[in-house]
Design a protein around this ligand. Structure first.
Ligand code: FES
Length: 571
């Protein structure tokens, strides 16, 4: 690309009053004139925020990216976007994923940028940034923030998945409040995102397997100096991507999505992968369906022994060789000719990867588990689909019929779950309604609801649970999620009553409510929505336009790409 063709020259290359205005105000930051004369302008889209602790080190990371951009002859400009901290944002960060993506899209398009580096970390900060950037489609590279170092408590390794265990232990009386407070300080002992194969790590693997990052991006711990080196190299590389005009639409082909789905199965990635990948595909115009996720995952065993499906942590994953080892092991199952951000193909990038610990990353011949990472279910209870993560579920519950114990919403669940009079035992099926995209609203991570105390007291930690919500990527259990259509939209889930029989059969991919069609029709005729409805602002816009889970829960008006052209120019 000639420097005169740079998009940024539509601002900085102008003569007269307009060019004066575009450059003069920028110069108040001490930028010399030559910076504006044909250097590729690279945006660094930063989700740093003290309210997003997983991304708390991103100002430093951005400095490394800048070094690379400058070394390659580019002009770095860092800008903030809405940052979504999973642990603090109420009612759920997912409610704002689409809003953040709009911020990213419009910030990139409206400003003089030729390429962009996305700094992503905590769960939603990856899909929101990628979705937004895809809808602009200028050269883009992702730098993930990296996982935290493994937590250490009483001599043992701990990570986010242990929160659920600690919670059960406290409820059971096996752990004191004082011990819990000590564990709290031991969990997050360095910069970075959750240290297990939760959603943030899954997203970091997703962007690498899609080809949007440099190799090895996924697993380098945030505290490891090599994370800064990768950031610097990414800054360097984006300048060349601009010259080559290598855009997301060149990288994100259907085959790239298939690669990501297969890799996600092999790493036991979070169920949230489904919803975010579908949303990203919709932005780049790839017709990806829930079924594609199932078919591309089918038969792929779990190679990675990481919590919550296994025992190790992201730090161990990196030391064992990281995602490159998985990509190499799966070479025969991947589209090796797909181009990636560094200009090389998948095959070229990963051909020389070496495993340093087969217990952490197994080979295809001797996988860690044979259950695939994800199964898509169908049946009258989920006409448009639902998902379950078999690798995190209990084997004996994968085929199970039980009586429904129904909670109409999350408040109802909290009010009654530990009631000693609740008619529930370990064979029951817990059903939680109105936690879908529209119903909650925002589809929170409550699908792996804790089992009732009276069941827990028998030493039983898992039951079949079904909802239209999501589950934290760090969660586990026999949990059916993303039931679509959701209860608030009148899906069959809305019609389930206490005592109804529900049959789950993961092997045959079915989820059925065993109630006759006539009875269901009667219930349907009498059904009225009972979820809260917003009367103004973003939440109202969200409830009116959010699509169902099986489509990615993006806004209907955000599908596709508007490109980078700014159609009106007021100067
Ligand atoms: Fe940020 Fe887990 S809370 S990644």
């Amino acid at each position: 690309m000639e420097t005169t063709d740079l998009r940024s020259q539509g601002w900085f290359g102008r003569k007269g009053k307009d060019g004066f205005i575009y450059r003069a105000w920028m110069k108040n930051q001490g930028i010399p004139d030559e910076e504006f004369r044909g250097k590729p302008v690279i945006g660094i889209c930063n989700t740093w925020s003290e309210l997003t602790p997983c991304n708390g080190h991103f100002r430093e990371l951005a400095e490394s990216v800048k070094k690379g951009i400058i070394a390659a002859g580019g002009f770095p400009v860092e800008f903030p976007v809405m940052s979504l901290g999973e642990t603090l944002i109420k009612p759920t960060a997912m409610l704002y994923r689409n809003l953040a993506s709009m911020d990213v899209e419009e910030s990139i398009r409206a400003n003089p940028m030729d390429g962009v580096v996305l700094l992503c970390g905590c769960d939603k900060t990856t899909p929101s940034l990628v979705m937004g950037a895809c809808s602009v489609n200028i050269p883009t590279i992702v730098v993930s923030g990296g996982p935290m170092l493994t937590g250490r408590y009483e001599g043992n390794n701990i990570g986010t998945s242990d929160i659920w265990r600690f919670n059960d232990a406290v409820r059971n009386g096996d752990m004191s409040q004082e011990q819990l407070t000590v564990a709290e300080a031991c969990m997050c002992r360095s910069a970075g995102h959750c240290a297990v194969m939760g959603t943030a790590s899954t997203m970091a693997c997703m962007v690498e397997s899609l080809g949007l990052t440099l190799p090895s991006n996924a697993a380098i711990p945030a505290a490891d100096s090599r994370r800064k080196v990768l950031a610097q190299y990414s800054g360097q590389r984006i300048v060349d991507m601009v010259k080559e005009d290598l855009k997301p639409s060149d990288i994100l082909t259907r085959e790239a999505f298939e690669n990501a789905i297969r890799v996600n199965a092999a790493i036991g990635g979070s169920t949230n992968f489904v919803i975010h990948l579908l949303a990203i595909a919709n932005r780049v115009g790839i017709d990806l369906k829930l079924e594609d996720l199932h078919h591309n995952s089918a038969g792929i065993p779990l190679l990675v022994n990481l919590q919550p499906s296994g025992k190790y942590f992201m730090e161990d994953f990196y030391y064992a060789g990281g995602l490159p080892v998985v990509m190499k092991a799966m070479a025969d199952k991947l589209h090796g000719d797909r181009i990636t951000a560094n200009g090389k193909t998948v095959k070229e990038n990963y051909a020389d990867a070496r495993s340093f610990n087969d217990d952490v990353i197994a080979g295809l011949q001797s996988p860690f588990k044979t259950e695939t990472g994800l199964a898509v279910l169908h049946g009258n209870l989920c006409a448009s689909g639902a998902v379950i993560k078999p690798s995190a579920a209990s084997k004996h519950l994968m085929k199970h019929t039980g009586k429904a114990v129904v909670f109409e919403n999350i408040e109802d669940y909290h009010a009654r779950v530990d009631d000693p009079n609740l008619d529930v035992d370990e064979n029951s099926v817990l059903v939680l309604k109105n936690v879908g995209p529209v119903g909650y609203p925002g589809m929170p991570e409550v699908g792996n609801m804790a089992v009732p105390k009276k069941v827990l007291e028998k030493g039983i930690h898992d039951m079949v649970r079904i909802s239209d919500g999501r589950m934290s990527g760090t969660g586990f259990g026999t949990v059916v999620l993303h039931v679509s259509p959701e209860a608030a939209k009148g899906g069959t889930l809305a019609l389930v009553q206490d005592g109804d029989l529900i049959a789950l059969d993961v092997e045959n991919r079915s989820l059925e409510l065993l109630v006759g069609e006539d009875e269901l029709n009667n219930r349907r005729a009498a059904w009225k929505p009972s979820h809260p409805e917003a009367t103004r602002g973003y939440v109202q816009l969200y409830q009116q336009h959010v699509e169902q889970a099986h489509l990615g829960a993006d806004m209907d008006f955000l599908r596709g790409c508007s490109g980078s052209k700014v159609t009106r120019d007021s100067h």
